[in-house]
Design a protein around this ligand. Structure first.
Ligand SMILES: [Zn+2]
Length: 61
């Protein structure tokens, strides 16, 4: 599982997501950026920032 915590990019945000596929984690994170943080355009630099913060989840549950 891959997981992304928005708080690693936007301090104070509690939102996080997990999925088997990194691409899906990025897609969900981009959607969250639009809806919660008013990012109307998701730039490549934003995608890279998200990607670099995605961690492998070792939690089997
Ligand atoms: Zn957030």
């Amino acid at each position: 599982m891959k997981e992304f915590h928005c708080g690693s990019l936007v301090p104070g945000c509690e939102w996080h997501t997990r999925h088997e596929e990194e691409a899906e984690v990025i897609r969900r994170a981009a959607e969250h950026m639009r809806e919660a943080h008013g990012e109307t355009v998701i730039r490549e630099s934003m995608v890279e920032a998200i990607r670099s913060r995605i961690a492998e989840s070792r939690n089997a549950a």
